[in-house]
Ligand binder design. Sequence first.
Ligand SMILES: [Zn+2]
Ligand SMILES: [Zn+2]
Length: 137
Amino acid sequence: MSESGFEGGCLCGSIRYRVRGAPLSSGICHCRSCRRAAGAPMLPYVTFPIADFRVIKGRPAEFRSSPPVTRSFCARCGTSLTYRHADYADRIDVMSCTLDDPDRFPPTLHIWTSHKLGWVKIEDGLPVYAATKDTES
Ligand SMILES: [Zn+2]
Ligand SMILES: [Zn+2]
């Protein structure tokens, strides 16, 4: 049996990565930082254990968007690739739309809707969190 895995990469092809196993979660972030990083109204992501993520081609550039948060992207074409938070060092968020099959892991919730743009209408029936799921009480 071959190792189950899924590949993805940036727009120009300089960076390629592989994830394996089952994701821990998937969602759509509406926060201001993700919006800027993506250049889009929201940022869909899939979370994997860090051990299940591997860059297989190229070397992503990194940017610290806040003290605990490191984002990676392609320095050539600018595609946002991953998000890591120091408090959750054992996992990594992969930008869902950089997967070769972006339909593979559909989002299951929306986070940071307190930052959501007024013209974005959430009508997919998924759970909505004003901030992160972890801090919601
Ligand atoms: Zn690129
Ligand atoms: Zn965000």
